[in-house]
Write a protein that binds this ligand. Structure first.
Ligand SMILES: [Zn+2]
Length: 171
């Protein structure tokens, strides 16, 4: 985690991080919260295969990832699923077919700042496999992977490793 020392309000070198979720200034009482952020991850599933993406940017560049991302302000988690699948995969989904599964905490490090997230996992089943043309900014490849061939070490994030460890027990 990057150490920020200077208060953005008064400019004095008196900013303190509480090691959990907020910075506060001992000089002017300025407080800035780094609260838990909502994020979604969608298990796109066809039979016993899932559709995973390969990350094209940091953090965790090159690792496998579920489609998804951060919840935007004033957005429901289901709307986030629909927007992210449209942006990342050009998929137009019906939110009524999203099935909520579970939530898990994660840490997403971006430019030396740690963002604690709550990852909401959804399942979206399709009857036929598809391929998409990729938005190269976020994703380099996509793969249909049989569930029994998923290697947890290839997954980008701890929350997804924990999720799949349980998910794979029940398919
Ligand atoms: Zn201050």
């Amino acid at each position: 985690m990057k150490i920020l020392k200077f208060c953005p309000n008064c400019g004095k070198e008196s900013l303190n991080w509480d090691s959990e979720k907020k910075w506060s200034c001992s000089n002017c009482n300025f407080t800035l919260y780094n609260n838990v952020a909502g994020a979604v991850a969608v298990v796109i599933r066809c039979g016993d295969e899932v559709y995973l993406t390969r990350r094209n940017q940091e953090p965790k560049k090159g690792k496998l990832d579920l489609a998804g991302g951060f919840v935007d302000p004033r957005e429901s988690a289901e709307q986030t699923c629909k927007r992210e699948l449209s942006e990342e995969l050009q998929l137009d989904i019906d939110v009524k077919n999203l099935k909520y599964l579970t939530s898990l905490p994660n840490v997403y490090q971006y430019k030396e700042i740690d963002y604690n997230t709550i990852d909401l996992f959804y399942e979206y089943s399709v009857s036929e496999k598809f391929e998409v043309s990729l938005a190269l900014s976020e994703i380099s490849e996509t793969h249909w992977i049989p569930l029994n061939e998923i290697n947890l070490d290839d997954l980008a994030f701890d929350s997804q490793k924990i999720f799949f460890r349980e998910y794979l027990k029940n398919f």
